[in-house]
Structures are given as C-alpha cells and as structure tokens.
Design a protein around this ligand. Structure first.
Ligand SMILES: *[C@@H]1O[C@H](CO)[C@@H](O)[C@H](O)[C@H]1NC(C)=O
Ligand SMILES: *[C@@H]1O[C@H](CO)[C@@H](O)[C@H](O)[C@H]1NC(C)=O
Ligand SMILES: *[C@@H]1O[C@H](CO)[C@@H](O)[C@H](O)[C@H]1NC(C)=O
Ligand SMILES: *[C@@H]1O[C@H](CO)[C@@H](O)[C@H](O)[C@H]1NC(C)=O
Ligand SMILES: *[C@@H]1O[C@H](CO)[C@@H](O)[C@H](O)[C@H]1NC(C)=O
Ligand SMILES: *[C@@H]1O[C@H](CO)[C@@H](O)[C@H](O)[C@H]1NC(C)=O
Ligand SMILES: *[C@@H]1O[C@H](CO)[C@@H](O)[C@H](O)[C@H]1NC(C)=O
Ligand SMILES: *[C@@H]1O[C@H](CO)[C@@H](O)[C@H](O)[C@H]1NC(C)=O
Ligand SMILES: *[C@@H]1O[C@H](CO)[C@@H](O)[C@H](O)[C@H]1NC(C)=O
Ligand SMILES: *[C@@H]1O[C@H](CO)[C@@H](O)[C@H](O)[C@H]1NC(C)=O
Ligand SMILES: *[C@@H]1O[C@H](CO)[C@@H](O)[C@H](O)[C@H]1NC(C)=O
Ligand SMILES: *[C@@H]1O[C@H](CO)[C@@H](O)[C@H](O)[C@H]1NC(C)=O
Length: 823
C-alpha cells in the first residue's frame, strides 16, 4: 500500500492507530515490524523503518510526522542497514531493544546495549516514543525511570530539548555526526561536539577529528565565536539556549519557544557546515537560518598562531598580527598565506621587564585548549595572575552579561584562532613588552584595526545579520559579494543548449574530464560556445550553483577562459564558456606533429601567460581562488595560441571534498599533485605552484614522459632532479621540436630552474605565483632549489613519497633519495 505521509487516508490511519492501539509504545509482546510505525501522542514524531532517498536499504529511524518531506532526525542502525523489509525491533526480557532480520534471528544489527538492568529485572519493560522526538526505554510504564534514551546517541540532528555535551560522571559524550550522503545515514566525516577536556569547554566542528570551526567557550550569553547571539539578545531567536557547565555535566540545549515551529540543527556533510534549518509549511521546504563556518575567518586558525582575522579589513589582507608580534614568514604573509602565523618581534621580551597588556575589543577569544579558568577572580586579579606568570600570553573575563563581566581565563602557549568582529565579541588582553605598551598607551591602550570603520557599513551588516533570525522568510545570505554583482551572466534554457549542441551529439563532444563532458555548440546568433555538462558529483542546490556561477563569472583576465553563462534545468547543470578552437595545451605538447608549432618563444609566452592567470586567481581577484587542478589539458589556447586557464573555481562549485575525489579519479592528474596534497590532503596556493612547476617542466620537455609512470619507478621530477644534480639538466630540453639552435639556452635554463623551485618538497620554500612571474620576466639571481618532492608510483597504483613508507620504491630510488638528502 502506497500512502504519502500527508494524504488524508494516511492521517486517518494514524488516527485509527492512535486511538485503537497504543502505537507510541513497544512492549515485550509487541515488537515493531517493518511496515508499522510508532507515532508519538501529539503526533509530532514517528518511529519506524525507512529507506533514504535513492536507497533500498532499510533503517530504523525517527522522523517528523508533520513534515511532508521525509526528514529523519535519528537513526538506530546507521552503520548497519538491513537489506530488505524483514527487520524486527524487539524488546527482550533483559530490558534491551534489539534490531534483527526475522530470517536470521540470532544476528543483531543494533541493540540498546545497556548492561545495568539487573536492578529492574522484575519490571514490565516498554519503549516509548515521546512528543519531543525522544525514544525512551522504561523499566515500568508507571514509573518514569529512563533506562536508555535515543537522545543520548544523536545522529546528525539536534532537536528541541535534546542535549549535546558530556556527562562527566558516566563519560557519556553526546555529539552530532553527519550522514555520509543523503542516501546513506552512515557516520560521515563531520562532527559537532563540546570538547570538555580542557579547563574551559568549547564547541567544535570537526572534520575527521580535525577542527574546522570553533564556536569557542560559552561566555554567559552565547558562544564566543557566534557574536550574533549576544548582539541580538536571546529574545530574538526562535529558541532559547540553555548551557550548563558544572562538576557533573557540560551540555547545551536549544528549547524552541513556539512549539508549533519546526526547526533543527544539523551537521551537513555536503557543505561541511553546521546548519540551523527551519521548516516552512507554506513553501514546503527547509530554510537555512544560520550556518557555520560562514566566512574565511571562521575557519579554524586561518591566520595561524598569534594572528587575528578580520573580514572587514576592506581592501586589505584579513590577517593581522597581535600587538608585539610580526609575521613568521613575511613573504607568505605578504602574499596572503597566513598559515604560518606570527612570532614575537625581535625586541619582544615580555618577562619581568615592565610589560603589560593591550586591550583588543570585539574579539572572538582564542582557543582555550591550553587556557585556565577561575570563576572566582575579578578582572584586576585576573590581570595580576597573568602578569605574574611569564608563560601567560593574555587574559579575558570568563563571562559577560549586561555589560558586566566576571571570572577569569588566562592563556598559556600559543594564541590561536582569534578574530575581530564588527560588533559583539569580547575584550581580550594580550601581553606586550614595555615598548609596545608605551606605544599603545598613547592610543588609549586600545588597539582597533577598524578604527575608521564606516558606521553605515556596520549598521548595514547588522541588519543583514538580523534578517535570518527575525524573518522566517530569510534565505541563505551571501551578502559580501552578491550585493555588488554587476556582471551579466546569462541563463540559457536547456532547449537552447540542446539546439546549440545538436542534442549533445557525440560529433559535438570535444572533451571529457573529471567534472563532466564538454560539447561544442553554436547559438542562434552564430556565437560559438563550449558547454561543460557537469557530472553528478556537484552536491549543490540550485541557488548556490547560481550564486557560485555569478561570482566566478566576475573573474576576468586575458589568461582565463571567459564564463558566458550557465544552464540549470531538471538535474542538469551546465557552464557555458567562450569556445577556443585550438583546445588544450596538451593537444600540442604531447602530439608529435603539432608540437613543432610551439617554438621556444611561443612556449615561453604560454608559460608566462599561465603564470599571470594564476597570479590573478591567487592574489588579484576578489575571490582568491585556488585552482586545485592545473594541468596541460586545463590550459586552452586561443586562435593566436594565447593560453587561457579553464576549470578555475570548480572547488567553489563542487565543494572541496568532491573536487578532491574528482581530481583523484582523473587518470594522470596524479603527476600534478603536490606531496602535501597527495599525502595529507592539504591544499594551499602553494599546491597550485607545485602543479605549475610540473606544467612548466612539461612545456620545456615537450612531452609527458609516460615511461616514468609505466616503469613503476622514479617520476618526472625525479628524472629532472637527477639530471640537475649531474649538471646536465639541459638534456631534458625538447631541442628537436624547438627546431632551433641553442640561442635561447640561458632562458630555458632559467625556466627549468624556476620549475624546480616550484616543485620543492617544502611548500613554504616554493615561490608564490607573483614571484614566479617576476622570476620569469627578470634576470635576477635565483635561489638554489632544495630537495624536490619525489612522488613514486607504487605497484598498486597508489603513491608514496620519500618521507612515508617505501612500499613500491625500488632500491634505485633509495640511492637517488640519499644523494638528495646529502646536499
Ligand atoms: C533478507 O535478507 C537476508 C540477508 O540480509 C536474507 O537472509 C533473508 O532471506 C532476506 N529475506 C527476504 C524475505 O528476502
Ligand atoms: C556494548 O557496549 C560496550 C561498551 O560500550 C561495547 O564494548 C560493546 O561492543 C557493545 N555491544 C554492542 C552489541 O553494541
Ligand atoms: C545499577 O543500577 C542500580 C540501580 O539503578 C544502581 O544503584 C547501581 O549503581 C548501578 N550499577 C552500575 C554498575 O551502574
Ligand atoms: C506489569 O504491569 C501490569 C499492568 O500494568 C501489572 O498488573 C503487573 O503487576 C506488572 N508486573 C510487574 C512485575 O510489575
Ligand atoms: C579528550 O580526552 C580523551 C582522553 O585523553 C581523548 O580520547 C578525547 O579525544 C579528547 N576529546 C577531545 C574532543 O579532544
Ligand atoms: C525557554 O523558553 C521556554 C518557553 O518560553 C521556557 O519554558 C523555558 O524555561 C526557557 N528555558 C530557559 C533555559 O530559559
Ligand atoms: C507559533 O507559530 C505558529 C506558526 O508559525 C503561529 O501561527 C503562532 O502564532 C505562533 N505562536 C506564537 C505564540 O508566537
Ligand atoms: C545540506 O546542505 C545542502 C545545501 O544547502 C542542502 O541541499 C541539503 O539538503 C542539506 N542536507 C540536509 C540533510 O539538510
Ligand atoms: C608603535 O605604533 C606604530 C603605529 O601603530 C608602529 O608603526 C610602531 O612600530 C609601534 N612601535 C613599536 C615599538 O611597536
Ligand atoms: C535528445 O536525446 C535523448 C536521448 O539521447 C532523447 O531522449 C531526446 O528525445 C532527444 N531530444 C531531442 C530534442 O532531440
Ligand atoms: C545522475 O545520476 C542519476 C542517478 O544517480 C542518473 O539517473 C543520471 O543519469 C545521472 N546524470 C548524469 C548527467 O550523469
Ligand atoms: C624518459 O625517461 C627515461 C627514464 O625513465 C629516460 O631514460 C629517457 O631519457 C626519458 N626521455 C626523455 C625524452 O626525457
């Protein structure tokens, strides 16, 4: 029988079920079989067997009974699905709930697993679904003892009245874990958890247990990293938040103020964010009210140790060093890579030498993992405590409310993940030496980065921040960029594209890549276009896709392929680009006939053009794009053989997870991946520099020496490095097809040298793209390249490098390695 959950007969069925049988309860003699459901007393929630969208597997879960889109808030057997509908959920005499396949009664897919039921062994057990969405196990129906409850084992959703946090007595830790994907409720990679290990508990969003975002400590009115909570006041929210931190427990509960509002918080795998979603009956959809991380400064430790992030540094780099500190790697810092953070200035002694504190306003407090809290101290005592200990780097009040403040937090070791807000936030006092102190005293001991911030701007931002809370109709906002968008990027209908590409005929197909297929087309007006039909991998919704395309269309540079428009219809998503008849650089470089068309002058101009395009992406454009998949086939040549980079911004369209997967799938792209990316999944602008280095060497060699890959031995860089060591690196030059004498040898040699600088093992040692352009175009002295990053293919198709285990590395390579390290 097929019934939609909001159809009248369905409601009637529940009415019958509710009033004819006690359907919110499982008892010893009444197990729950696939096909029947429990419904809570007020019919807010239902519990039963379900299959996620696009999956045939069966799970036991709890969902909103009054929401017409299947919305699961809890899953029992998330990592152990049933394969068919013969599942049974049964209560046994020991007071445990078991889920099993009725064909295999001895094998449990899931159980409540309580060990201490002896005390109630004589009781009448029952399991009941409550109206709060909590599923509880009683020893006796009349006695409201709770032996087990589903809310102690959350899935990806936090609903009203439900706790996340730690029970310090039992060690029970309740945290949210994302679903693997919309069709798989298995445990994904993101978790939202209160870390109660330190002296000051903090809210964290982790990805594979690495911090992604930090809500920070609770300051009495809200999380330190969510200033809206304090700025707007709790009364503005649809929920009131209760935070408890005592010797027994640390937890957070959101109570919805209006019981007829349906809202939940989830950890979303596809966006990598924490989201508050609210159901809109009228629109029949969930609307995103809040999500985190939401800007670049929200990402954990974006500016490194002792750095401060501020997105409102209009027209400037968002990272600054704390007073008394300076960038650790000034070159990277200048080029807007703040990951190395800041160090104490040379004259920065801050122990027993007349030092003091500078007050920073509107701050997100630094990571408190190494901090200590004393709620009994006032601010003066706090300052004294910090001053007395030379290791103490700063302090702040532990709690703020109604303008007052009390308690004390003192920080030791590194100060990480600070940011400055435009409103809200807290005062943080950083330790400085007497010099700095004198300097800042002149300026009233206050250190604002945005002293001259236009009041109008901050008012406008505040209004925008208010919107999602005050107005239930508020859509997800991306105000910083979209507001000023002026580029017209055209929407094309699917029928236009079908007409232009002759219904995606094979004859019109000009390429196939990790992101989908590319078709040539001709619009009515005769304009040639290239249509990139995106593969299914993009997990984006329509609105986000449109936003991203609009942003990316605004990137314009002579060495970037122009994005003309997009198409979105049914499940299809397409990007429309200018058509470049000469196609990819790979088609020339790696083709024995066409290669001769690229003499050295052309190749050099192509290399410089690519580098310029990359500088624009990395440093000059407002979006600061990391390409992540720079390679010969992603550089297109126009009719004059000018290079144009394509596929930039795909990370934004696909999300970084998917792009990594996509990149890994594409055969051959391995060769362009930097070791830190290949090994550890770390990606920075320096990984793009690495890919550029490989590309530059390929341009010089005029071929992809595929035998390197085939022989399961040293790869191309290893080969070039070996020759460099032997001082005969010019052997790699493609003199044959360059078709000329050695008149350009010194320029070619410079280019090889620059290529080797780009592929150095240490990302920090690699130049930035703007330095590369400078080095290419000016005959300056170049530093000697350090150890190149070797990547070997292993026999199983994996990769390994010199630092990791040497599986698949031949002894020949060991020799190579030792010579390198001996330098
Ligand atoms: C359901 O699947 C199990 C294996 O998971 C199998 O043993 C059982 O026979 C199946 N039942 C039916 C009715 O197909
Ligand atoms: C029950 O919990 C214990 C300890 O948490 C664990 O070791 C055991 O594997 C669990 N058993 C089942 C059936 O989940
Ligand atoms: C088991 O439950 C009883 C009664 O609820 C309690 O007194 C006892 O401490 C519990 N034992 C354990 C090991 O948790
Ligand atoms: C079980 O419940 C029934 C009805 O609520 C009651 O009559 C009976 O005494 C209970 N048995 C025990 C052992 O508590
Ligand atoms: C807290 O400490 C325990 C034990 O040292 C560790 O297993 C756990 O991962 C820590 N939790 C966090 C969130 O760091
Ligand atoms: C939250 O609001 C509800 C309804 O207004 C109220 O019953 C509850 O006590 C409040 N909780 C807290 C912690 O303020
Ligand atoms: C609660 O929400 C419902 C639906 O959104 C609305 O009709 C009702 O007026 C609200 N009640 C209060 C007290 O705000
Ligand atoms: C995760 O976010 C995406 C994009 O906003 C959305 O389409 C999707 O429904 C979200 N997932 C869940 C479980 O709500
Ligand atoms: C004092 O402040 C000025 C301006 O903020 C800065 O340029 C200078 O370096 C500071 N002096 C010291 C000793 O830090
Ligand atoms: C395009 O091709 C698909 C299948 O290849 C076919 O189902 C569809 O009818 C065609 N559309 C047009 C307009 O020719
Ligand atoms: C996308 O996936 C769906 C089902 O997973 C499939 O039916 C459809 O053909 C796919 N579309 C493309 C363009 O590959
Ligand atoms: C290709 O690599 C092999 C070593 O693997 C080397 O002997 C050969 O000279 C290389 N060819 C070119 C053109 O560099």
């Amino acid at each position: 029988m097929l019934l939609s959950r909001n159809s009248p007969s369905f409601v009637f069925l529940f009415f019958l079920l509710r009033y004819c049988t006690s359907t919110s309860i499982i008892t010893l003699d009444k197990p729950l079989r696939d096909g029947s459901v429990l419904v809570s007393a007020e019919q807010n929630f239902a519990l039963g067997f379900f299959s996620p969208k696009d999956s045939s597997k069966r799970y036991v879960g709890i969902w909103y009974n009054k929401v017409s889109v299947q919305t699961i808030v809890w899953v029992a057997n998330r990592d152990h699905p049933l394969t068919n509908t013969s599942g049974v959920l049964k209560l046994d005499k020991t007071g445990a709930l078991f889920l099993y396949d009725s064909q295999k009664p001895g094998v449990f897919l899931w159980s409540t697993n309580i060990t201490n039921s002896s005390s109630v062994a004589q009781s009448n057990y029952s399991a009941e679904l409550l109206d709060s969405g909590n599923f509880i196990l009683h020893g006796d129906v009349n006695n409201k003892d709770v032996l087990w409850q589903s809310s102690d084992f959350p899935s990806d959703a936090l609903i009203s009245d439900m706790k996340i946090g730690v029970d310090r007595r039992s060690g029970l830790n309740r945290f949210l874990t994302s679903w693997k994907s919309p069709d798989n409720p298995g445990s994904g990679s993101y978790t939202l958890m209160i870390d109660a290990n330190g002296s000051v508990p903090q809210l964290f969003l982790y990805r594979n247990w690495e911090p992604v975002w930090r809500g920070g400590p609770w300051n009495g009115v809200g999380w330190s990293g969510v200033p809206e909570m304090a700025v707007l006041g709790s009364a503005r929210f649809i929920f009131n938040v209760s935070y408890v931190d005592n010797a027994e427990e640390v937890y957070l509960v959101d109570y919805l103020r209006n019981k007829s509002v349906i809202s939940r918080m989830i950890v979303n795998e596809s966006t990598g964010t924490l989201q508050r979603l609210t159901w809109q009956e009228g629109n029949n959809k969930w609307v995103n009210f809040y999500s985190a991380p939401k800007d670049i400064c929200d990402y954990f430790g974006h500016c490194g140790a002792f750095g401060v992030c501020n997105i409102y540094n209009v027209g400037e780099y968002e990272c600054k060093c704390l007073p008394g500190f300076e960038p650790k790697a000034p070159r990277d810092w200048y080029l807007r890579d703040g990951s190395q953070g800041c160090v104490l200035k040379q004259e920065g002694r801050i122990c027993g030498n007349g030092e003091g504190f500078v007050k920073l306003e509107r701050m997100k407090l630094p990571d408190t993992s190494n901090a200590r809290r004393d709620l009994s101290l006032g601010m003066k005592a706090c300052e004294d405590l910090c001053l007395k200990n030379c290791l103490c780097m700063g302090y702040s009040a532990a709690e703020v409310s109604d303008g007052g403040s009390n308690g004390c937090i003192t920080w030791y070791d590194k100060l990480v993940d600070l940011r400055e807000f435009s409103s809200g936030g807290q005062d943080f006092y950083v330790r400085v030496n007497s010099f700095e102190l004198a300097n800042y005293s002149k300026k009233e001991r206050s250190y604002g980065y945005i002293k001259v911030m236009v009041p109008l701007l901050s008012a406008a931002l505040l209004i925008l921040l208010l919107l999602p809370y005050c107005n239930i109709d508020g859509e997800d906002l991306e105000f910083d960029e979209i507001m000023t968008s002026t580029v017209d990027v055209k929407f094309h209908s699917l029928s236009t594209i079908i007409a232009a590409t002759e219904n995606f005929s094979n004859a019109n197909k000009v390429g196939e890549g990790g992101f989908g297929s590319v078709y040539k087309g001709k619009l009515h007006n005769g304009q040639d276009i290239a249509v990139k039909r995106l593969s299914n991998a993009s997990g984006q919704g329509t609105e986000e896709f449109r936003n991203e395309v609009t942003l990316i269309a605004r990137l314009q540079h002579r060495n970037l392929v122009r994005l003309l428009g997009y198409c979105m219809q049914n499940e299809e998503k397409m990007l429309i680009y200018e058509y470049l008849p000469n196609k990819g650089l790979d088609g020339f470089l790696f083709d024995d006939q066409k290669r001769c068309m690229l003499d050295w002058k052309r190749r050099f101009d192509i290399a410089v053009g690519i580098a310029r395009g990359m500088v624009y992406l990395h440093h000059d454009s407002r979006l600061r794009i990391i390409h992540r998949d720079l390679k010969a086939s992603n550089v297109l040549l126009d009719a004059q053989l000018n290079p144009k980079i394509s596929d930039f911004g795909m990370a934004r369209i696909f999300g970084s997870d998917q792009i990594e997967e996509t990149t890994r799938r594409v055969v051959g792209t391995y060769g362009y991946m930097s070791p830190e990316y290949a090994m550890e999944g770390l990606f920075s602008i320096k990984s793009d520099v690495f890919s550029f280095g490989i590309l530059l060497l390929e341009i010089i060699m005029g071929r992809k020496n595929s035998s390197y890959y085939a022989e399961n031995s040293v790869n191309m860089i290893g080969h070039v490095w070996g020759l460099w060591e032997e001082s005969r690196v010019m052997d790699i030059v493609d003199h044959e097809s360059l078709g000329e004498s050695h008149q350009h040898d010194s320029e070619i040699f410079r280019c090889i040298h620059i290529g080797l600088l780009c592929v150095q093992e240490s990302a920090a040692a690699r130049p930035s793209m703007s330095e590369v352009v400078f080095m290419l175009c000016n005959e300056i002295n170049l530093p000697l390249p350090d150890q190149a990053a070797f990547i070997f293919r292993t026999s199983d198709g994996g990769i390994t490098n010199t630092r990791s285990s040497s599986v698949g590395v031949t002894s020949v390579n060991d020799v190579t390695i030792s010579t390198v390290q001996g330098r």
